[in-house]
Write a protein that binds this ligand. Sequence first.
Ligand code: COA
Ligand code: MG
Length: 292
Amino acid sequence: MENNNFNHRPRRSCLYTPGINAKAMAKSKSLPVDNIILDLEDAIAPDLKSTARDLVADMVRTNPYGKREVIIRMNELSSLWAKDDVTMINQLRPDGALVPKVQTAQDIVNIDAQLEDGIALWVMIEMPLAILNIQQIAAASQSTKLAGFIIGTNDLAKEFRATPTPERAAFHHALSVTLIAARAYGLIAIDGVYNDIQNAAGLEDECRQGQIMGYDGKTLIHPNQIDITNAIFSPTIDDIEKARAIIAAFELPENRNNGVIKLGGKMVELLHLAEAKRLIAMHDAITAASGG
Ligand code: COA
Ligand code: MG
């Protein structure tokens, strides 16, 4: 799964927009986000589910989101809204469908059977049982359309009865094991939301935690969170220069047949070359997506 376009698509910023809020859904078309999650689940009160479904359908049909990836978050499989949500998603054919509160590999198989081919399946990792079953859930991608994990830290906090703190100690295991399972099976991994909309420094710290662990990006709840998130999940100028130097060094005639070389006083191996190529491909994809 290393070199396909799906994995090289940037997903630094993934903005939830409530499916009941037509104004915000329209606004998200002009925001510099990589990915938009039109929400029918947590952000929508029970009495407004079908109104939201119709609004989302109108929005996706009539307002193209350009280069932004569009995902629709449906209601959980056991809910009375799931069937109509799936019908609508299959008709609209967004880039992806996001299913909340999955717990087992069988949940993946069940939803996959209902979803048309060509629609990527994303799931929320936000239940204790999903954390315990994470390897089997990730392995289900080998026979289904499962493409990515999105961490749901608000639901995890509720389920764990955990206290959210700036360093997110309560979630380290969940964040870590989900990332490892995603990487083991070639899946996308997106970090949870940061609720304190006005706290830019806090958001920056939390973005960095996810980026250091290896997450591809972060889910967001407000437009003012986009710039910080895009910046932290983009390769830095320094990263890009180092990656180009590694690629150039391995291309030198004297290094053609070397598996390990010395560059700037440090050992560099073929695994670093592979990572350098991935980083440059992501940088190119970000540049192309932002049109510049
Ligand atoms: N997506 C797109 N646009 C959004 C947005 C979002 N998630 N949140 C706010 N906006 C827009 C508003 O429509 C407003 O647009 P305008 O300038 O054209 O009027 C602008 O950004 C400023 O919004 P603001 O007034 O600061 O926020 P608000 O009080 O309208 O909304 C929330 C605050 C938290 C209700 C809103 O940000 C929101 O609904 N976030 C997503 C919640 C969600 O989806 N939760 C489920 C997943 S955890
Ligand atoms: Mg949730």
